[in-house]
Design a protein around this ligand. Structure first.
Ligand code: GDP
Ligand code: MG
Length: 175
């Protein structure tokens, strides 16, 4: 099994979405199973975590890149999308602006990413009581753009593993 994993291709996966939606928290939760309260520095540079996700006894290697939200305004982002195999696009269910900005993000993705990139739309902070965006609104937007949708919580861990399993399934389906 270890040998098979060694030879499996690595799939570049990128977390995108406005600053503060929980990209770093989601990756930390997936990587360590823990939630660290308080904002991670928004300016912390781009880093990645390597993980193997097993789907139907197939191992899928993910190299998951975290970004700071404001990087969308820099042209470096476009080169950065171009070789991505999967994108996790997050909004915060308590922040309407982050949801409204999803259309702009999807526009950029359509323009710069590969045509067969696997895209997941994630409504994060689903644990919060003060939500502004109903699940149905997220589902509707995802249907319109033909992308996979889940609500997640980096805090409780809700659907975090499932999101990365969905990425792996999408990658397997495409190859
Ligand atoms: P990023 O800028 O997208 O990387 O967002 P961060 O991961 O730094 O998170 C921004 C803030 O939201 C921090 O205070 C986190 O603790 C908080 N946060 C992130 N995800 C969740 C979540 O699922 N639920 C709750 N309640 N807070 C979250
Ligand atoms: Mg961050």
């Amino acid at each position: 099994a270890a040998a098979a994993a060694h030879h499996a291709p690595v799939h570049k996966t990128i977390l995108l979405g406005d600053s503060g939606v929980g990209k770093t928290s989601l990756l930390v939760q997936f990587d360590t199973g823990m939630f660290k309260a308080g904002t991670f520095s928004a300016t912390v540079g781009i880093g990645f975590t390597s993980k193997i996700v097993t789907v139907d006894e197939e191992m899928v290697k993910l190299q998951i890149w975290d970004t700071a939200g404001q990087e969308r305004f820099r042209s470096v982002t476009h080169a950065y999308y171009r070789d991505a195999h999967a994108l996790l696009l997050l909004y915060d269910v308590t922040n309407k602006t982050s949801f409204d900005n999803i259309r702009a993000w999807l526009g950029e993705i359509r323009e710069y990413a590969q045509d067969d990139v696997v895209i997941l739309l994630l409504g994060n902070k689903a644990d919060c009581e003060n939500r502004k965006i109903r699940r149905e609104e997220g589902e509707r937007l995802a249907r319109e753009y033909n992308v996979i949708f889940l609500e997640t919580s980096a805090k409780s861990g809700l659907n975090v593993d499932l999101a990365f399993t969905a990425v792996a399934r999408g990658l397997l389906a495409r190859s």
